[in-house]
Design a protein around this ligand. Structure first.
Ligand code: MIC
Ligand code: SF4
Length: 642
């Protein structure tokens, strides 16, 4: 059998299961990463599991999401994370050192390794030939404790690249084109593996832009081969550990998608979904109030350099505020040395911290009703911090050209000769703390501020219950809808009772009060429920509010796993027409809930008002059933240990 690269890496890491698409497998995890907004819960859970030191080859704790620090909550989290890393054997990337995915790519990622991260854009590492997967925090805690990661063996889709990009067309346009073709929901259960002659024309950061935003396709991960380009890039980073990795010639793929890079043109995602993609030329001229360059998708030195070269000697349009956030301290200092920052600041750009910032609604929100062109990866409604804002996603070329002209602009109208800044890379790891050496870890004290509350546990699954339908949503509900982020909410990531008050806040005001009153609830959803981020708070907080089951037409991968980890059953309508019959506010009785789950795939519910029966199905395998029965992963671990 001619093997694809994904197959080869999984085979090397396989702990159990059969490598057949859709079958449950478990793989060894070499590296983990967390960021602060998900990390505090991960480490509280790791503490609860009770292992003394991390068991992976390498685990890194980053601080990049909550860096605004309007009060004690965020800095308290940072101190907790820092002290935790020291005690348990992790590297700690201090606030200011940059966005986890960019820093991990630069400083830790290695071809052929598996990486599990508590952030959905962990597949950025696929740009280096890693098998890098985003997951919920509890899965990361378990991987750090040495447990293999369980997933369904994905289908592998070969993305066949030919040709090379034309001037002003970029890697971002490639992934936007794929989003246009495949949409946000068709990647579930798949890996996108890139191959073909076109690969060599893309740099590692360009590849990483593509694999990063594969998250928006819903794929398990995306991966590029590791070739000479990878080797040279790692050498630039003064890193060792390169190895050549590629699919066998003529390798088998479940499907092949052809992309001729030469034909790619500037693309843009319109509000409010990353797959509402059109060529930039089709919506040229739309006035904007803001442009932003950065985020884990496009914040490498060349991304900033492109903007600087376009804006060099000119001034940002008077109606536009341009924000630039370098992806890492390394990018920032290198860009200073290369003169990029000077060009940007002279043109009127506002330099932002090396952090997620506006991508997750932490500052730099657009004006009311304003349009903003961002090089980011998500444009869900309200995520920017302004409910009425219109967020467009595009390349650095398009964002900079639009900032210059004050309206959405096809960058091909700007004539610039770009400099390749990658050789300017300056290395200095002084903001990365190494795990403490020695053996007196017990004496290291964990610093725990008042906002850090223990992770709540679910109760074991009941045999029967009656629940209120707390909400009925449409398709493509994101985790930002379920558990919003931004300056008001993110500071409570370590405090579930408080953050639970924000569940479905914008979609269904009063959800929290209804859930508290009902005591036991279920959620009804449409297709691709829970797409977007890996935040387990979107499962943990509903669990805390008494949600026992989420019943949908289909689920996004990470959210579904998070629900199971916290003892909430993900169910799918056996008869999709029942979606129209079940209404918000009605009751549903589950007369034999646990027995149904354990004995087969069908769960029965009854409307007590009419006696009408409904059937829902689950696809849990043995481990999933055990987790539900126990009331989630933490209970399961404790029970099996007894
Ligand atoms: C995001 O981009 O939505 C986030 C914020 O990075 C999340 C993680 C989180 O909610 O903390 C993600 O992508 O997983
Ligand atoms: Fe941070 Fe945005 Fe990337 Fe999420 S998508 S990790 S918020 S930069």
């Amino acid at each position: 059998m001619k093997k694809n690269l994904t197959y080869k890496i999984i085979e090397k890491h396989l702990v159990s299961g059969e490598m057949k698409a859709g079958k449950e497998i478990a793989i060894k995890i070499d590296q983990t990463l967390t960021q602060d907004a998900t990390g505090t819960m991960v480490y509280l859970q790791f503490e609860a599991i009770g292992i003394k030191r991390v068991q992976t080859e390498l685990s890194v704790s980053y601080v990049d999401h909550n860096t605004i620090q309007t009060d004690y909550k965020n800095p308290d989290d940072h101190l907790f994370l820092q002290s935790f890393a020291k005690k348990y054997g992790l590297y700690f990337s201090r606030p200011g050192n940059g966005i986890c995915h960019q820093v991990h790519l630069e400083r830790f990622g290695l071809p052929g390794k598996t990486l599990l991260g508590s952030d959905s854009h962990t597949p950025t590492g696929g740009g280096l030939g890693m098998l890098a997967i985003g997951a919920g925090g509890l899965d990361i805690a378990c991987a750090m404790a040495g447990a293999p990661f369980t997933l369904n063996m994905p289908k592998v889709i070969g993305i066949h690249l030919t040709g090379s990009l034309q001037s002003m067309c970029s890697a971002k346009d490639v992934i936007l084109e794929l989003l246009r073709r495949c949409t946000v929901k068709n990647g579930v259960g798949k890996v996108f593996e890139y191959f073909g002659d076109g690969v060599a024309s893309l740099s590692v950061p360009q590849r990483a832009t593509i694999t990063n935003m594969g998250a928006e396709l819903g794929v398990t991960t995306s991966i590029f081969p590791s070739d000479r380009v990878t080797k040279e890039w790692l050498a630039l980073q003064k890193r060792e550990g390169w190895q050549e990795l590629a699919a066998d010639d003529g390798a088998e793929y479940d499907e092949i998608i052809d992309i001729d890079l030469t034909k790619i043109e500037p693309m843009i995602a319109q509000p409010h979904m990353p797959d509402l993609v059109v060529p930039v030329r089709e919506i040229e001229g739309k006035k904007i109030v803001q442009a932003a360059i950065g985020s884990c998708t496009n914040s490498s030195i060349n991304d900033l350099g492109i903007a600087a070269d376009i804006l060099d000697g000119k001034t940002v349009a008077p109606n536009v505020s341009l924000g630039v956030a370098p992806g890492s301290k390394q990018v920032y200092t290198s860009a200073i040395e290369a003169g990029i920052i000077k060009k940007l600041v002279k043109s009127g750009a506002r330099m932002l911290e090396s952090a997620c910032g506006p991508c997750i609604g932490m500052g730099f929100a657009p004006a009311s009703g304003g349009a903003s062109v961002r090089t980011f990866n998500r444009n869900f409604k309200g995520r920017s911090g302004t409910a009425t804002a219109e967020i467009y996603l595009a390349s650095p070329e398009t964002a900079a050209a639009s900032a210059l002209y004050g309206c959405i602009t096809d960058p091909r109208k700007v004539k610039v000769k770009f400099t390749d800044y990658s050789a300017k890379t300056e290395i200095n790891d002084n903001m990365i703390e190494k795990p403490a050496p020695g053996s007196d870890f017990d004496s290291i004290e964990i610093i725990r501020g008042p906002n850090i509350k223990p992770c709540p546990k679910a109760s074991p699954a009941p045999e029967s219950f009656t629940a209120e339908v707390l909400i009925k949503t449409g398709d493509n509900i994101t985790t930002d809808h379920i558990m919003p982020a931004g300056t008001r909410v993110l500071p409570y990531r370590s405090n579930i009772p408080e953050i639970a008050k924000f569940v479905f806040e914008a979609v269904s005001p009063g959800f929290y009060d209804r859930a508290m009153k009902a005591g036991t609830g279920v959620i009804i959803g449409g297709e691709n429920y829970g797409q977007g981020s890996s935040r387990e708070h979107a499962a943990l907080a509903p669990m805390y509010l008494g949600v026992k089951a989420v019943i949908t037409k289909s689920f996004a991968r990470i959210h579904k796993a998070n629900l199971i980890n916290f003892g909430i059953v993900p169910l799918v309508f056996e008869n999709p027409a029942d979606y129209d019959i079940i209404k918000e506010g009605m009751s549903l009785s589950f007369p034999s809930f646990l027995s149904d789950i354990k004995s087969g795939k069908r769960v029965k519910a009854v409307d007590p008002a009419t006696g009408r029966e409904f059937y829902f199905v689950h696809d849990l395998e043995k481990k999933g059933v055990d987790l539900i029965e126990a009331g989630g992963m933490l209970n399961y671990i404790f029970n099996t240990r007894k």
